[in-house]
Ligand binder design. Structure first.
Ligand SMILES: Nc1ncnc2c1ncn2[C@@H]1O[C@H](COP(=O)(O)OP(=O)(O)OP(=O)(O)O)[C@@H](O)[C@H]1O
Length: 600
């Protein structure tokens, strides 16, 4: 329609059209330069402000993502153009006499079948993705090559690109079978006081294409790859939806791709999504799906911020004494045998005079920013509560550390209690699923939000264990009866015998106790058959399986083959061990209840 919108026929209703509004729309006549200059180039300057940026090419297989990102020698794409400009910018900004010294490094990786592989070091194995205390995503062990010129970049990038996994499918002779991620880091160091440091990260991502395997003709390995690609793109969609809906849990960890992009999706980056679409009729549904995804992604609001810190050696020029830094007792330990201050050529000044010379910022600069932030918020909290005494920030470092440790421990304890709470909630819900009548009897407090409850809400759970226990109660009524139960020990299931005189609470925890071993085995087999043979729709008939989980299960099955036991569900990305257990319990108890209420 115009440079920001497009309109396509609505396949559901031929009288209507679907209209999409984007920041930019590039038609068939657009050139690589149009896309780069119009949408990508403007974000590069943010890297020099210490902010992150990312560009993702998304779309169905064969629609031109690699062409857009890499291009050809005649029509270079986003990656070579961005690198050329960024290196030029950093040379200008980092020139002698300018306030900041700049350096650029590059890393290049692919996510292939949920493995993170270093393309600059083909010998490296699957790398782990971690998050630091400030929420930055890191990949320890990933190669970083310093680059100062475009020739440097090409020297590393071109051979590494050949390491990328590609393969022929019916729709693309050189189809990318992995998500390729080029990471370019710009580090800045201020040449004069206060010697600030900044880091800006640029992710340039060529995503693997979503694939309809009926059309790609994928089989064997291609089908497995396709399963991994579709699952991770599905999770990407889930993340975008969760961000749009403001859900408390965004499932970043459900795939390597979204985990890696955690600080670029709804995080601190300037993000651009390029949705590649193919205008041919046979790609119509792929086009609608890519446009819908792009429209949803456009709603995500990122909040870019500057990654800035102060260099530690800044403390020497301001003559900060060891005592100021460490507190009196640690300063003593840090002194040499003659009492001279280690690492300080200047004579020691009295703490009072030293501190008078320091601005508050300089004093705080010695601290880990995360800790500083927490201390500030604690100080604010104490202030708002009218607490007496010195604020935390002016207590000596050692005491501060002790206080921080206590706070951390309390946090961990709260987290542990929250987990316990969730576990109990899951049990209550499982029980409700089994016996709706009991649900009516349950106290309404069971469904109150977490914050309104105390941590000991086990009582409704106890009350909810009614129907399936009948069998046990019958058996327990006869003295000296031994009941066989299946007890969870780690992942191994062990047959143990439990004396009927076991305390009631223990019997309650072992829900398998509530049904006969035959019924249990039958239920497990029925669920396993459904997991292996059911369509996404069939899977939704299971308790605790919604449309998204059903899709994840189908994706996993495509990738890894049939489940050998129900517990394998835990291996599906996005399904935790706890969820698997609560799934097993709800379904088996549900089946058992069905059998008991049946015509027999
Ligand atoms: N705008 C374009 N101009 C010229 N050729 C193009 C254009 N877009 C794509 N192509 C060509 O179409 C073919 C498929 O494109 P490409 O490999 O970039 O698709 P893709 O979306 O990356 O696919 P996959 O997801 O399977 O990796 C390539 O041969 C590419 O050169």
């Amino acid at each position: 329609m115009d440079s920001c919108s497009l309109e396509i026929a609505n396949w559901r209703n031929h009288q209507e059209t679907l209209k999409y509004q984007f920041d930019a729309f590039y038609g068939e006549r657009s050139t690589q330069q149009d896309i780069y200059a119009g949408s990508v180039q403007p974000i590069l300057r943010h890297l020099l402000e210490g902010q992150n940026a990312s560009v993702l090419a998304y779309g169905p297989t064969g629609a031109g993502k690699t062409h857009t990102m890499l291009g050809s020698p005649e029509q270079p794409g986003v990656i070579p153009r961005a690198l050329m400009d960024l290196l030029q910018l950093t040379r200008e900004e980092g020139a002698e006499g300018r306030p900041w010294a700049l350096s650029v490094t590059m890393s290049y990786l692919e996510i292939y079948q949920e493995k993170v592989l270093d393309l600059l070091d083909s010998a490296s194995g699957d790398l782990v993705i971690r998050e630091d205390c400030r929420g930055n995503i890191l990949i320890p062990g990933l190669t970083q090559k310093p680059i100062t010129s475009f020739a440097d970049f090409e020297r590393h990038f071109l051979p590494a690109s050949r390491n990328r996994t590609v393969g022929a499918t019916r729709l693309n002779q050189r189809s990318s079978r992995s998500h390729a991620v080029l990471l370019v880091k710009v580090d800045q160091r201020e040449r004069l006081a206060p010697f600030r440091q900044r880091e800006g990260k640029l992710y340039l991502i060529d995503l693997a294409g979503s694939e309809d395997n009926r059309r790609t003709g994928n089989k064997g390995l291609r089908l497995k790859e396709s399963g991994a690609i579709n699952t991770s793109l599905f999770v990407l969609g889930k993340v975008v939806d969760a961000l749009n809906q403001g859900l408390p849990r965004v499932p970043y960890r459900d795939s390597k791709l979204t985990r890696l992009l955690q600080d670029s999706l709804g995080g601190s980056a300037h993000s651009i999504l390029i949705a590649n679409i193919a205008p041919e009729r046979r790609f119509y549904l792929d086009t609608v799906s890519a446009l819908n995804f792009a429209a949803r992604s456009k709603e995500v609001i990122n909040r870019p911020f500057t990654n800035e810190s102060l260099q530690l050696h800044v403390l020497a020029p301001v003559k900060l004494s060891q005592k100021e830094l460490l507190g009196p007792s640690e300063a003593k330990r840090a002194r040499g045998p003659e009492g001279e201050e280690i690492g300080s050529p200047e004579p020691t000044e009295a703490p009072a005079s030293a501190s008078q010379k320091l601005s508050p910022l300089q004093k705080l600069s010695s601290m880990d920013p995360a800790m500083l932030e927490r201390l500030l918020s604690l100080d604010r909290l104490l202030g708002s509560q009218g607490s007496q005494g010195a604020p935390l920030l002016s207590t000596p470092r050692r005491e501060r550390m002790v206080l921080m440790k206590t706070v951390e421990e309390k946090d961990l304890e709260i987290e542990r209690l929250k987990m316990k709470q969730k576990e109990l909630e899951a049990k209550v819900l499982a029980q409700e699923a089994v016996d709706p009548k009991e649900k009516e009897n349950c106290s309404p407090t069971v469904l109150r939000p977490l914050s309104h409850r105390t941590v000991t809400v086990a009582r409704p759970l106890k009350k909810a264990v009614v129907m399936p226990l009948q069998l046990i109660q019958e058996q327990a009524a006869s003295p000296n009866t031994e009941i066989h139960i299946l007890k969870n020990k780690g992942r191994k299931r062990k047959l143990e015998s439990l004396d009927a005189s076991e305390p009631e609470g223990k019997a309650e925890d072992c829900w398998e106790l509530q049904i006969s071993p035959e019924l249990l085995a039958h239920g497990r087999q029925k669920i396993l058959d459904l997991l292996n043979e059911g369509s996404a729709r069939d899977l939704r008939s299971l308790q605790r399986i919604g449309p998204k989980k059903a899709q994840l299960i189908v994706g996993w099955r495509e990738l890894h083959g049939p489940f050998s036991q129900v517990e394998d569900l835990e291996r599906v990305e996005g399904i935790t061990g706890k969820q698997m257990e609560s799934f097993l319990k709800a379904n088996i108890l549900g089946l058992a209840a069905g059998q008991r209420c049946g015509p027999s």
